[in-house]
Design a protein around this ligand. Structure first.
Ligand code: HPA
Ligand code: ZN
Length: 326
């Protein structure tokens, strides 16, 4: 329809994208070959068929297995360049990209290898197509806080390339409070702070992310809607929520895209944004996510415009850079 084309053409920012989750089966195979890694799959179709998840952990098991083909700086460069090209085709003008250093250092791939390959691609996207980016280093919450401190130490020489720290992986049983000290250390290094909360975890985890981690932005946040006092607070604080519609569908955070809370979030006055999370695993990039919610939730032209505006407003661009985009 007209509205889908309208959304596709709008300049947008992507604020919730795990670079390792943009690894397409074709590239996964290519890198597996290049690095002589034995994969449990014989074809691209076989890989795609394995992407059926009933919850977050189901997905994470496959996601960590997939990233095992990433070994060299060139692998990280190729991965990042493929995402940036694909995002650009969806008129994503600015991207704030997560990476999971512990998913690599755990396998013996040095922190420096991952971040230098990613950074080279980010620099190239700026030069080649004027796309701006920020890098967000996530801590894996299923691991001890001590490991997150070690990761922060490894990042010390790269702090000029890292905008923020985040918190991802298995949510339930690993509340934000577990990472209060390492987030304080990140804050003392002038890093911005974000955290996944309220994807599968209860509203209490969102309160912890706000009060203990002191986040600047909330990733997912869906379950905040169960608590009206919390919703009022998020509205009042103009907290940005990085919502991921196709991810929510594939991970059974919603049972049907028609029941996705995005429209309700906008009606409540929340600063919601649309994002692709792990596009290779969840069936679509930025514009696929817009298409899904436009069709399922009867979004208006005004809603779509608000979502695009929110994406820049909620970014970590400077006020001047935001004005230039909106
Ligand atoms: N949630 C938690 N951890 C993740 C996700 C997600 O959606 N994607 C990659 N790691
Ligand atoms: Zn995510």
């Amino acid at each position: 329809s007209d509205l889908i084309a309208y959304a596709a053409a709008l300049p947008k920012a992507e604020l919730h994208l795990h670079i390792e989750g943009s690894l397409e089966p074709e590239l996964l195979f290519k890198l597996g070959k290049r690095n002589n890694i034995d994969l449990p799959f014989k074809s691209v179709d076989e890989i795609r068929a394995a992407y059926e998840f009933s919850n977050l952990q189901d997905f994470l098991d496959i996601y960590y297995q997939g990233m095992s083909v990433l070994r060299t700086e060139e692998d990280f460069f190729d991965l990042t360049m493929a995402y940036l090209n694909r995002a650009r085709a969806d008129n994503v003008r600015h991207a704030e990209i997560f990476f999971d250093p512990q998913g690599h250092t755990e396998r013996g791939v040095p922190f420096d290898v991952a971040i230098s390959g990613i950074s080279t691609a980010l620099d190239m996207a700026k030069v080649q197509f004027g796309m701006t980016t920020k890098l967000i280093m996530c801590f894996l919450r299923h691991l001890p806080e001590e490991d997150a401190f070690e990761t922060l130490k490894q990042a010390e020489n790269w702090l000029d390339r890292i905008e923020a720290v985040g918190l991802d992986s298995s949510e339930v049983g690993h509340p934000p409070s577990k990472f209060e000290r390492v987030f304080k250390a990140a804050r003392e290094r002038d890093l911005k702070l974000v955290a996944h909360a309220g994807e599968e975890g209860p509203p209490e985890y969102v309160y912890e992310a706000l009060d203990l981690l002191r986040i600047d932005r909330l990733d997912h946040g869906n379950r905040s809607l169960e608590d009206t006092v919390l919703v009022e607070r998020l509205v009042k604080e103009e907290m940005t929520l990085t919502v991921c519609p196709l991810s929510n569908l594939k991970l059974c955070v919603v049972n049907d895209i028609k029941n996705h809370p995005l429209k309700r979030m906008l009606e409540l006055g929340l600063r919601a944004t649309v994002n692709s999370d792990d596009p290779s695993y969840f069936g679509g990039y930025m514009n696929d996510n817009f298409k899904a919610v436009i069709e399922a939730l009867d979004l208006t032209r005004e809603d779509i415009k608000t979502l695009a505006k929110n994406s820049f407003a909620g970014s970590f661009l400077s006020d001047g850079e935001k004005r230039a985009q909106i």
